[in-house]
Each structure stands twice: as structure tokens, then as C-alpha cells.
Write a protein that binds this ligand. Structure first.
Ligand SMILES: C[S@@+](CC[C@H](N)C(=O)[O-])C[C@H]1O[C@@H](n2cnc3c(N)ncnc32)[C@H](O)[C@@H]1O
Length: 252
């Protein structure tokens, strides 16, 4: 056994003697990247007679039609008319955007990077998507310039600044020239004093680090540097407030 292994075993024995048990964590625990539990959410959606996506929109977030609104806007902007053959989504969770995306276009490959294993398995089984291993905010398993549409919804306001930042570089890397990058962030556009008051009094999920803000200019300048032009932007509902959806096209 290595010195590190011996130290770990020693620490484990000490903890056990003190009445604690050391358990390996396979999913992120206690951070902003926690996601709603799979089984109870599916059960509740079934009991309500709703698809899981509609259940999240209507019951959990009290914003009926929120997902469809974003998808409708993206359709109007021509995102699906471009007939994306490869789609990649970061943090699809229950798949509420994924399901609606698949109603708009028929990619031959749909990759997901999702940390919540039960949800990732459900999406693979239900929609035949490819779940890629999540390793530290990278899209390692996806080659450069290989994806027509890269998207993430309601993800970057739950990650830390650095996590989002690292994913941004990766999103630009994997998108093929001419492809689109779509994601929402909680920019200053969403943070008028009234919105701040709503967040301060009614928002949050028990984690002080949610929701995370991201300056709009930071995104626009970074993606410009990475060869991606901001084509469009619009506000989308997020629970008690909103996020801003940014639509980029990779030009080089
Ligand atoms: C607030 S949820 C949004 C889920 C889904 N996009 C939606 O709008 O319903 C954030 C999602 O990101 C996932 N997630 C958290 N950290 C992640 C990471 N580092 N890489 C990929 N997904 C992550 C969570 O498990 C969760 O599914």
C-alpha cells in the first residue's frame, strides 16, 4: 500500500472509532450543482398527469410554458431551421429542453454532459442520447469543430464563475464554424433593482451561491475573441425572475 493509501486507511479507522463513516461521494453534494431528485420528481409528475418537463415548469417553478417560450424564440431565430445534425447539451437535467429540441430537429447525434447520473441514464434510455463523462467543466470527449448546436439552459446560473468560464472555452472549441452556441446567464440585463429585490426576498434555493450572475459583456467579449458573434438575445423566465439567453454563431 502507498503512503497515501496508508494515511487514508488510518484516517478512516480514526473516524470509525469516533463513530463516523467515510462514504465516497459519486454525485456533487451540497453545492449549487445539486439537482432535483429523480424518483420523487418522476413520481410527482406522473401523479400530476404531466410530462416531467411540464411538471417542472408548471408546478416546481410556477412558470407554465417557460421552456416552450425559449424553444419558440430559438425557432423564430432560425436555430432549428439550420438543421443541426449534431447537438450537444450541458446539464440537460430532466431533459425538458432536450425533449423540445428533438421535436424541432432530428440530429443524428445528441451528446449530453450531465453530472446527475439518474437523470443522465433516463435521458439515454428515453431519447437515445449519448452521455459523455463529466470531467471538471470540460467537453473532453467531443472533438474540436464537431457540433452544430451547443446549448445549456438554466445551468450557468447554478455553476460558479470559474466553472461557467471553463465551459465557455470548451463550447467555442467544439462548435463547428457556422454552428450555434445557445445558453442563458443571469446578466445585468436581468438585475434591475426590482429583480434584485425579488431575488433577495423570494429567490434562492437554500444555497447562498445560487443564483450566480455573469456579466453580459464578459460573455460577449470572450466569445468574440473565440470567433463567435452574438446574433441574438432575449429574456427567459427563471422562477421568480429571469435569465438572458445569448445566441452566438461561430464564424471562424
Ligand atoms: C438547474 S439544473 C437545469 C437543468 C435543465 N437544463 C433544465 O433547465 O431543466 C442544472 C443542471 O446542470 C447539471 N450540472 C451541474 N453541474 C454540472 C457540470 N459540471 N457539468 C454538467 N452538468 C452539470 C445539474 O445536474 C442539473 O441537471
Amino acid at each position: 500500500m502507498t503512503a497515501a493509501g496508508r494515511a487514508k486507511t488510518g484516517a478512516k479507522r480514526l473516524l470509525e472509532r469516533a463513530g463516523f463513516q467515510l462514504v465516497r461521494s459519486t454525485t456533487p453534494q451540497g453545492g449549487v450543482d445539486d439537482f432535483i431528485p429523480f424518483e420523487p420528481t418522476m413520481r410527482a409528475a406522473r401523479a400530476a398527469g404531466l410530462s416531467v418537463g411540464d411538471y417542472i415548469d408548471e408546478v416546481m417553478n410556477a412558470t407554465p410554458g417557460a421552456t416552450q417560450y425559449t424553444v419558440d424564440e430559438l425557432r423564430t431565430l432560425g436555430v432549428f431551421a439550420a438543421v443541426p445534425d449534431t447537438v450537444l447539451e450541458i446539464g440537460p437535467g430532466s431533459g425538458r429542453y432536450l425533449e423540445k429540441t428533438l421535436k424541432e430537429c432530428s440530429p443524428s447525434r445528441y451528446e449530453i454532459y450531465e453530472t446527475a447520473e439518474p437523470w443522465a441514464n433516463y435521458l439515454v434510455d428515453t431519447f437515445g442520447v449519448v452521455a459523455q463523462p463529466v470531467t471538471g467543466f470540460s467537453l473532453d470527449a467531443t472533438p474540436d469543430d464537431s457540433v452544430d448546436l451547443v446549448q445549456a439552459h438554466k445551468v450557468f446560473n447554478t455553476l460558479t464563475f470559474l466553472g461557467a468560464c471553463r465551459y465557455f472555452f470548451e463550447m467555442a472549441r467544439v462548435t463547428r464554424p457556422g454552428g450555434r452556441i445557445v445558453f442563458d446567464v443571469m446578466t445585468e440585463t436581468c438585475l434591475a433593482p426590482e429583480a434584485m429585490q425579488i431575488w433577495a426576498t423570494k429567490g434562492g434555493s437554500g444555497h447562498d451561491s445560487f443564483p450566480a450572475a455573469m456579466p453580459r459583456r464578459t460573455c460577449v467579449d470572450l466569445f468574440a475573441k473565440l470567433g463567435c458573434t452574438l446574433e441574438a438575445h432575449f429574456l427567459a423566465p427563471l422562477g421568480v425572475a429571469s435569465t438572458e439567453v445569448l445566441v452566438f454563431r461561430k464564424t471562424t
